[in-house]
Design a binder for this molecule. Structure first.
Ligand SMILES: Cc1ncc(COP(=O)(O)O)c(C=O)c1O
Length: 453
């Protein structure tokens, strides 16, 4: 690439000219990615436990995926979806059909981002039911566009100062112990009852069933703290939706595509969503999202009501076909299970360590979508929460201090939620050796932060 700015000056150039609306967790310029590692312009190499926020599930630049995309680039790049079908689009559907959590999910629309998929689902739900209101979950993250932002309830930063948002949105607590003022040990059955009770009340007091188009749920609450929904809760949502003709939208943008050890987490519950959303890992880094529903429903949509210039791009679809093949050929799900067992064993041992016990509240997740939550007396609602540990003197921001230490030691790690949570989303094909390396860096970082407290 020929240019006038010296490589060493690029970071400062970025700070000068890239919008301040973007936040970043590291300084520097990434130049390369290979498997579980990324490299920076200054030569720094980092173990990537973020996967670009749950995207590069097969590692960076997986050779089969990159080759499929490169080959497609020499064939056709932009075969616009409202002009004609293109082959990678249809081949992708052929490969995804057997991975659907229910055979009724047989009608596909591909877009670019997760937020767009959420917008598409809301639009479909309103058009198909003739109703306006949408119920989402407290703690949910669905994206940054206006409809997606309206159903997002994880942090106020996403919509601070930009109201009015899309109207007609209501929310109920997710079956997450924090949201009910219960301890981490609260059983799923109790959490489920509390959340379904609130849903029942909501449908009687705030949005009547005949005005409610859809309930949107992340089967694993992502940005809200990495909390898998109990099977009973998803079953309860299904049953209430069936009772009232409300559509159930499962947003598996983050939890889908092998992340939890199944193609989609909702598979574990046996619950059938009316609309399933996917993105992120679907094309391992190429922009692609999917909105999947039943043909019987989508046949009612007016042609032209869905679309988008780049929707279902041919290069992204070709990459996604290679992702689906690689999952099957390389037995990725078995690796997820094996590495997940190691990660949980390691985190549980850390939690049980007497010198750390008062600092660690919870270890949770599924597959390789795993979180550790640290104790904090300053968490939102702590003053009113009977489960807040008494006499605790942990300094604020333990999760971000731990993540920062990990970065200093050569590993990228993200925090999540309004609580003190770090999230582990390593590549699904990570080696045993790199998993151990990541765990060692994490343990050292936690111990150092506790010592410095
Ligand atoms: C569950 C979920 N839905 C939707 C989105 C939005 O996706 P995107 O950032 O591609 O717009 C995200 C992104 O993190 C997500 O985790």
């Amino acid at each position: 690439m020929s240019s006038a700015i010296a490589p060493a000056a690029l970071n400062d150039f970025g700070k000068q000219h890239v919008t301040n609306g973007l936040g970043r967790i590291t300084e520097g310029v990434i130049t390369k990615g290979n498997g579980s590692y990324v490299e920076y312009l200054d030569g720094k190499k980092m173990l990537d436990f973020t996967c670009g926020i749950g995207v590069t599930n097969l590692g960076h630049c997986h050779p089969k995926v990159s080759k499929a995309a490169a080959d497609q680039c020499m064939n056709i790049v932009h075969a616009q979806c409202s002009i004609a079908f293109h082959e990678p689009y249809l081949r992708l559907i052929e490969k995804l059909l057997p991975a659907m959590p229910h055979p009724s999910l047989d009608s596909f629309f591909f877009w670019n981002s997760g937020s767009e998929a959420v917008e598409g689902a809301i639009k479909m739900a309103r058009a198909l039911t003739g109703r306006q209101n949408i119920i989402s979950m407290q703690g949910a993250y669905h994206g940054r566009t206006f409809g997606a932002m309206a159903v997002t309830k994880s942090k106020t930063i996403y919509s601070d100062g930009v109201a009015p948002l899309m109207p007609g949105v209501f929310s109920i607590p997710f079956p997450f112990w924090h949201q009910h003022g219960l301890p981490p040990s609260a059983p799923d059955s109790v959490l489920t009852l509390q959340s379904l009770y609130q849903l029942d009340l909501l449908l009687s007091q705030q949005t009547s069933p005949q005005d409610t188009a859809a309930i949107i749920v992340e089967p694993v609450l992502g940005e809200g703290g990495y909390v898998p929904a109990p099977k009973e809760f998803l079953e309860g949502l299904r049953s209430i939706c069936d009772q009232h003709g409300i559509l159930l939208i499962a947003d598996e943008v983050q939890s889908g595509f092998g992340r939890t050890g199944n193609w989609f987490f909702i598979e574990e519950s046996g619950v059938k969503p009316d609309i399933l959303l996917m993105a992120k890992g679907l094309a391992n880094g190429f922009p692609l999202s999917g909105v999947v529903s039943r043909k019987e429903l989508t046949d009612k949509l007016k042609p032209g009501s869905l679309g988008g210039t780049y929707a279902g791009n041919a290069v992204s679809c070709a990459a996604a076909c290679a992702v689906a093949d690689a999952f099957r050929e390389e037995n990725i799900m078995a690796n997820v299970q094996a590495r997940s067992r190691e990660l949980f064993a390691f985190l549980t041992e850390l939690k049980d360590d007497q010198t750390l016990a008062s600092y660690i509240l919870d270890v949770r997740g599924r597959g390789l979508m795993v979180a550790m939550e640290f104790a904090s007396s300053e968490a939102p609602g702590a003053a009113f929460d009977p489960t807040t540990p008494k006499g605790l003197t942990v300094k604020k921001g333990m999760a971000s201090r731990v993540a920062k230490k990990c970065i200093e030691k050569g590993m990228l790690l993200l925090t999540t939620s309004v609580y003190e949570v770090v999230r582990f989303i390593p590549p699904l094909n990570i080696s045993q050796e790199d998993m151990k390396k990541g765990c060692d860096i994490f343990a050292q970082s936690v111990r150092e932060v506790v010592r410095e407290n």
